[in-house]
Design a protein around this ligand. Structure first.
Ligand code: GCV
Length: 693
């Protein structure tokens, strides 16, 4: 028996049987052609829920409480619900890929109709989420609603390696054990866990997964060629829940896999090689989604080697996948990782805009430029990337990081919903009265979509920290509807995950989880990265404090602290000019320390330690205050969690306690290192005389 056969059954996450109590007690009918694979899943789900809770699967003429029907003309709801003023003209990428459903309720009886099995499945999980409220039969409870995802493309990117990488392991930046797809150099035999994963994704409306790391090493590159039958097996495990497969590919593949002397995007043989590669991929996986590419970034090959630009590179692949209706997600994470730290004029934050904004309008119809939410790299706090406002003629996808590389690595509780919500609601052209410009969600949803780096592994709780499941849940829900309230999304997650036998949640558990999680991102920020400074982490693994760890390295991530002050001058007047990449009003708001939001001050300005923030305290004092307060908040979080003992399942309790103990230790370490650093550099003492070393 191999190790992979003896893992415990995975935790049910947000789909415990109890979460199906309301639908499972009722009479459910599913209507549609027997050959539809995802519809078969809806039938299976209905049978499973009703068997567990005493309801029944019934025929259409038996007055079902819930009728789920596949009807090709359920079209009234199939347009995007959040089209913004920018990007509408780009049109829907894949008109056939309709993801909406209609929900009608009359006298407490519910009908969900959709044009595809996947959309109907999403409708089923919507009703599950609503619970008894879905069947409300009081006066005024009749409804006829359309539900459609904001964006066609809602993708989870896995940074999973097939081989165990000597430095990055099986999953790069993975904090939840090994890969659910691969084990030590091969695709797993038993893929039941992959199907269970697809079920979780379908329940939050996600329908695409990229199976491998964007850093495509030699072994992983072969997924595109000799391993296609294995990719097909993975796709078959995801398909019952309507989840489509994408692959990350290496730009050098024509050379490394095809034996060609070049990978020049304008070379005819290279173009032919990619076309043949795409043909083979779709032959093996008929509903294949497309390619994800990291090029000219952190050592990955790209078009620069041939004097070509990223539009040339992306369009090469776009041409190859176009006949199959495929998509190329081309990442804008392009910068020089061999920078000279002595040179203060080079600014990594500028790089994506410098490379990509001039290319607006040159990308093929089926290219989606995938932009990290901030200009650097998934820090705890960064401004929104200016690229998102600079490419109106390009499909854009917003890239978020669910895996908590820089936000506590699933050892710290850090609910990221509020952070993502801020990003999605950010208006690059400001909030003028009466004529609000588009939000980031508007800009990305209507032509492109949302992508995020997944946080799951073969850990029993999927995500290492059981409460980190909420981040995966929140990504799916916000990608479907970016206007959702983050605390409301958390509440949904609590309702499902902690449902008791009757489907309801103990109010003490609900309140406790909100107390622990609602503000946990700001708590994390308070004891780690002050005022948008970023990257004070231990180089390499990125866990825990190391204030100067990156200061004299080639990575372009500096804070420039000295005895006088700290921060990066990114102004047009005296700095790197990065503020000029934003449209008004932000180019001016960020330009002046007087108007720059405190939480981003050190991202945009180099200021004295004694600079008085808009909050009224000095920079040095702010560091002391927030770091002392942050540790106290973690202490309170741990106490709140302890008060839930006996109210939450023992296994969850034990794991969360263990993680909270580490969080408290780590937060204390962050506090003491940061405070001591500031005191030693600045000589400015803590006004409240607390212990600084
Ligand atoms: C997959 C950061 C991470 C890398 C990651 C990279 C990326 O630099 O530390 O592990 O590589 O981002 O997004 O490509």
């Amino acid at each position: 028996m191999t190790a992979e056969n003896v893992v415990d059954p995975p935790h049910s996450a947000w789909l415990p049987d109890a979460a199906f109590a309301a639908v499972g007690r009722r009479r459910v009918c599913v209507v549609g052609p027997p050959q539809d694979e995802v519809l078969a899943t809806v039938r299976l789900e209905a049978a499973r829920a009703t068997a567990a809770h005493g309801g029944a699967v019934v025929a259409p003429d038996a007055s079902p409480d819930l009728l789920l029907t596949l009807s090709p003309d359920a079209t009234s709801v199939l347009t995007s619900s959040s089209k913004g003023p920018h990007g509408d003209h780009l049109g829907t990428l894949d008109a056939a890929d309709v993801g909406g459903f209609r929900l009608e309720r009359t006298g407490g009886r519910v009908t969900v109709s959709a044009a595809s099995g996947t959309a109907l499945l999403h409708g089923w999980f919507h009703v599950v989420r609503l619970g008894d409220a879905a069947f409300a039969a009081g006066p005024g409870d009749d409804v006829d609603e359309g539900h459609a995802p904001a964006a066609t493309l809602r993708v989870l990117d896995h940074w999973d390696n097939v081989d165990v990488h000597p430095v990055m392991g099986q999953v790069e930046r993975g904090y939840a054990g090994g890969s659910i797809f691969y084990d030590a150099g091969r695709v797993r035999e038993d893929l039941s866990r992959v199907t269970a994963y697809a079920r979780l994704l379908a329940a939050v409306g996600l329908d695409r997964v990229c199976l491998n790391n964007v850093n495509v090493h030699a072994r992983e590159a072969r997924l595109l060629t000799d391993d296609l039958p294995e990719v097909a097996r993975l796709a078959a495990a995801l398909r019952p829940y309507g989840v489509r497969t994408h692959l990350a590919v290496s730009f050098a593949s024509p050379m490394t896999l095809g034996g060609l002397p070049t990978a020049d995007p304008l070379d005819d043989d290279v173009r032919a090689w990619w076309r043949a590669a795409a043909d083979r991929a779709w032959a093996a996986v008929p509903d294949f989604g497309g390619f994800v590419v990291k090029a000219d970034s952190e050592g990955q090959p790209g078009p620069f080697a041939y004097g070509r630009d990223h539009a040339d590179g992306a369009n090469l692949l776009a041409e190859a996948v176009a006949p199959h209706g495929g998509v190329v997600h081309w990442r804008a994470f392009v910068y020089d990782h061999r920078q000279d730290w002595r040179d203060r004029s080079t600014d990594r934050a500028r790089a994506a805009h410098d490379h990509f904004a001039p290319l607006d309008g040159r990308f093929a119809e089926n290219v989606v430029v995938q932009v990290k939410h901030g200009p650097l790299d998934f820090q705890t706090r960064e401004p929104v990337s200016p690229v998102l406002a600079a490419m109106p003629r390009t499909r854009l996808s917003l890239e978020l990081q669910v895996t908590q590389e820089y936000t506590g690595q699933q050892r710290h509780v850090c609910y990221l919903g509020p952070w993502w919500s801020e990003i999605l609601r950010f208006r690059p052209w400001g909030e003028g009265e009466g004529d609000d410009g588009p939000t980031v969600a508007d800009l990305t949803a209507s032509g492109g979509g949302f992508a995020a780096v997944s946080n799951v592994g073969d850990d029993r709780f999927w995500t290492g920290h059981p409460l980190a499941q909420a981040n995966l849940y929140a990504f799916g829900r916000l990608a479907w509807d970016p206007a959702l309230d983050a605390a409301g999304v958390l509440d949904e997650w609590v309702s499902l995950t902690f449902a008791g036998d009757d489907g309801s949640v103990d109010p003490r558990v609900r309140a406790g989880l909100h107390a622990v999680m609602d503000d946990s991102w700001r708590t994390y920020e308070s004891y780690t990265a002050p005022l948008g400074v970023g990257f004070m982490v231990r180089p390499g693994h990125h866990y825990g404090p190391d204030v100067d760890g990156y200061e004299y390295t080639p990575w372009g991530t500096y804070h420039f602290a000295d005895r006088d002050g700290i921060g990066v001058d990114r102004t047009r007047a005296t700095g790197t000019g990065y503020t000029g990449q934003y449209p008004a009003p932000w180019r001016d708001v960020y330009e002046s320390p007087e108007t720059c939001p405190d939480e981003l001050l050190l991202f945009f300005h180099h200021v004295p330690w004694t600079h008085v923030l808009r909050s009224g305290v000095t920079v040095a004092q702010h560091v002391y205050d927030t770091h002392f307060a942050g540790v106290e908040r973690v202490r309170r979080t741990a106490a709140t969690w302890e008060s839930l003992a006996g109210l939450v399942p023992d296994d969850v309790d034990a794991r969360v306690r263990e993680r909270l103990a580490e969080q408290l230790r780590s937060a204390t370490e962050w506090r003491d290192q940061l405070n001591t650093y500031v005191l030693r550099k600045s000589g400015v003492p803590d006004a409240r005389g607390r212990t600084v070393y």
